[in-house]
Design a protein around this ligand. Sequence first.
Ligand code: HDE
Length: 690
Amino acid sequence: MTSDDRTEKDRQLDGYRVDQRDSFLTTDQGIPVDDTDNSLKAGERGPTLMEDFHLREKITHFDHERIPERVVHARGAGAYGFFEPYDDSLSSLTRAEFLATPGLRTPVFVRFSTVAGSRGSSDTVRDVRGFATKFYTRQGNFDLVGNNFPVFFIQDSIKFPDFVHAVKPEPHNEIPQASSAHDTLWDFVQLQPETMHMMMWLMSDRALPRSFRMMQGFGVHTFRLVNEDGRSTFVKFHWTPKLGKHSLVWDETQKIAGKDPDFNRRDLWEAIERGAYPEWELGLQLVQEEDEHSFDFDILDSTKIIPEEQVPLRPVGRLVLDRNPDNFFAETEQIAFHLGNVVPGIDFSNDPLLQGRLFSYLDTQLIRLGGPNFPQIPVNRPVVEVHNHHREGYHQMQIHKGRAAYHKNSIDGGWPEQAADKGYTHYQERVEGYKIRKRSESFSDHYSQATLFWNSMADWEREHIVAAFRFELGKVEARHVQEGVLHNLNEVDHDLAVRVAEGIGVDAPGQPTTPNHGRSSPALSMAHEPADDITTRKVAFLVADGVDAAQVQSIVSDLTARGAICEILAAHGGAVRGTGGEHLMVTRPLPTTASVLFDAVVVPGGEESVRALAEDGDAVHFVAEAYKHGKAVGALDEGARLLEPARVTAAPEQGVVTTPGPDLEGFLASFAAAVAAHRFHNRPTRAVPA
Ligand code: HDE
């Protein structure tokens, strides 16, 4: 990044960055420390002395290093970047300048997260992912605190503590960690059928993203845009990843959880370090006020989407993440999102899930960050100046001058004065009604959109959903809970319920009350993603002494030029000997890695090399497992012989590409296409012993 590319936020943070190079050790009071390795004792073998202020300060600070983790979304990873609108076309719909000022780059911080697991849990569990964006705009901070699914489990925020208590580890033994496959969650689900749409997403591959960089983001609720004249338009926010949306497969996620629990976090970090900056397009679904009631669902109900075929996405700008934080705790852990952080031109709807969140986020920051001054923490500070009459509190960093901490005042000249027409004005909505604890009738259809999701899936996506339900319900011990879920599932689709019932050994339910409506929405499937980009796809080369090193080098340079990341793996680190006696450097030893950490594998030619690999269980397993998970497998010349012990059959249409002869160019073209296709779900995977 050049200095010109730095955002306002980045320059602001300069004032807080501490570089300890060329510095001597001091106490927190700045007193130079001569020895931090030995405590002060009465004699070499005597007791430690109370007066050792350095020892006490060092240990006291250490004892207080932890803050409470987030109640939900505890595990996350974040990065800085910018948002840039394409043009000014939204200026007629919103006062929000960052959405409608062409060329204006608004600094952002984005934090991705899993929901259920603790801070130290694995990245690749089955879960919804958080996608929270803080825009440091010139009109103040706007937080879009979204997820990678467009719907939510519940309709009313008052159910959130119930839902979270049900999905978290069970209270008697704190088992299972970061998993929804247990009785209390599914008990909640069977008794709360509004969860069914979200559960379809959760059981789909959307819950297993290959990368944060390859998943969509959604604001979920319906919000409002409000223009200069006070006119409002309903809006839903969508982030679409430039690299397409791609997922892992279930077996793979479980293995990655052990091999590299930081898989998604590392992927984001490394892509940014490498300069392959992740990018998303912001798209809006806009609904005129007068069309609020023209759908067969309620746009205030967060368990519903507005199908894109009904209201298409309007592209409005791009989000780019181009800088990793300097310090995880200071930035990613201390960032405090709040749905109530809105700028002029953006407002709320009456979605009852959204309304409760407006209370929760500020409240949670008070306990988590220890008092009302958390907006002064560097990562939370707006890039504009803050002036008000808030004073004191724990960790106050501002030194407010003057005497008047109240409005109105004459003592300090009346400052800070109200911002009048530049200020935030709430949308003037006419509201009337009885005070009532009741769900609107318009929220009562819990199945149609779950069915829509199911109908929109490709066959392989359906297979994965069935397998996920079987896995999760198979872990449930209470039979009445399994039956209750099957009852609800039957209302989504009879065939789905029958297939799940077969897998868990419970009687299939009879015909549902309402048959499948047959409608679908192609935008919901991941089967139609463009497959022409291999940027940052990881390709493993399995080699041993006697490998065709020249061949490896030319394939590596071609795939690297196409944007892929190539790694050379051998039984040991260092280098291997090529056929011509030359050295080929090894990226990492095979036993330290695994096929689940790659997108594709190549077995190059070289008689001696392939013979050695065929006798190496790790290498054979690598190929077999990559095949099982649907990944591109390439084998050149003698390399094809490794396919046999791995029980893999050459079939270019199934992403297994081989060369009988020297046609390297032909191989490269079809292998790159296979990598770009991401996964081949048309393989007989169950036959493979991996
Ligand atoms: Fe959250 N949520 N949430 N949530 N949520 C939190 O805030 C809450 C909901 C989401 O990276 C907490 O700072 C309630 C929907 C994300 O720091 C807490 C309800 C969506 C993050 C909280 C919801 C989200 C949170 C925990 C029901 C998607 C992580 C720590 C009304 C649109 C943000 C914190 C980050 C975090 C409350 C439902 C997304 C407890 C009461 C719907 C991405 O305040």
